[in-house]
Design a protein around this ligand. Structure first.
Ligand SMILES: CC(C)(COP(=O)(O)OP(=O)(O)OC[C@H]1O[C@@H](n2cnc3c(N)ncnc32)[C@H](O)[C@@H]1OP(=O)(O)O)[C@@H](O)C(=O)NCCC(=O)NCCS
Length: 273
């Protein structure tokens, strides 16, 4: 296995994407990095963890940043042949392919409200409240509303979400997940204004602000909805369990909320205009 490399895909047009359709049949406008990310997610979440296929790709994908980690895998196409004396009569032929083995995504605010402690969510919809939830609504229709306060989140501060972290089974234990998380955190530290909405495009009212200084701006807070089983890995990467958020289920898998605050310098308000 050669040295891995990581590709970043910024928010992009994914119109026409559907999971389970061969690549060749999808619109050519869909970036290859995204198809690679979905190849990993399908393998890990749909095939291994039994998440319904229709719930895997969602309305947050086009507005998110995605990272994919690749390794070069050498495959023997034609084996070597030796004669009785042990001399090579036909050399081995091999090819090297960059294989996507892991992925993570970073979702900008606004988000759906924090999940209800003890709640059982399927495709973002709380069981028992199917008819009244507007969950999984198009993010463009989401409001910058106040959420319930938790241990690390006052309910108001804009936060970025990391999620859909997955590494193909055969490639686990090589710190690929750690590298993906580190890459994503380093990138947002260098680009802290990337997801700040433009006042000009959105208008103050839509942002729930009355003055420019009230406009939502990211100040370093990052959240994950961690599968309970891997909470210790997130802890290793600096995240802390938010006790106030409680525990809930997504697609039948128990989750906890975790937060990390990155130190970012002061921002220039001009960047928002
Ligand atoms: C969680 C996951 C992404 C970790 O990938 P990875 O590249 O093996 O992780 P790393 O090598 O960077 O190690 C991080 C932690 O993962 C866990 N881990 C390591 N090897 C593992 C393996 N073979 N199987 C399962 N978990 C493993 C360990 O807790 C490790 O922490 P440690 O080093 O303190 O022991 C991967 O196991 C996975 O895709 N799991 C299924 C999907 C999932 O649960 N996603 C998380 C959603 S929140």
């Amino acid at each position: 296995m050669g040295t891995p490399f990581i590709s970043l895909l910024e928010p992009s047009n994914l119109e026409g994407f559907r999971l389970g359709i061969p690549r060749e049949s999808l619109p050519s406008t869909i970036p290859k990095t995204f198809l690679d990310a979905m190849e990993v997610r399908e393998e890990v979440f749909v095939k291994e963890q039994d998440v319904p296929k229709d719930n895997e790709f969602d309305a947050d994908d086009p507005r998110s940043c995605h990272w994919v980690i690749y390794v070069s895998v050498n495959k023997t196409e034609v084996p070597e042949i030796r004669n009785e004396q042990g001399d090579i009569v036909r050399p081995r032929k091999s090819s090297t392919r960059s294989t996507p083995v892991g992925t993570i995504r970073m979702v900008p605010f606004p988000h759906e409200p924090h999940p209800k402690a003890g709640g059982d969510y399927w495709n973002g919809v709380l069981k028992g409240e199917e008819e009244k939830t507007t969950n999984n609504s198009a993010p463009s229709a989401r409001q910058f509303v106040h959420d319930r306060p938790t241990t690390f989140h006052d309910g108001k501060e804009p936060y970025i979400k990391l999620g859909r972290l997955a590494v193909i089974k055969d490639y686990r234990g090589y710190r690929f997940a750690g590298q993906l998380v580190k890459n994503a955190l380093d990138w947002i530290k260098k680009n802290p204004s990337f997801f700040d909405p433009s006042i000009r495009e959105l208008g103050l009212e839509q942002m729930g602000a009355s003055t420019e200084t009230e406009a939502p701006q990211w100040r370093g807070l990052i959240c994950v909805h961690a599968q309970e089983e891997v909470a210790s890995a997130w802890a290793r990467w600096g995240f802390e369990v938010d006790e106030g958020m409680g525990r809930w289920w997504e697609e039948g898998i128990p989750h906890v909320g975790m937060f990390l605050r990155l130190e970012i310098g002061p921002k220039d308000i001009q960047l928002l205009a």
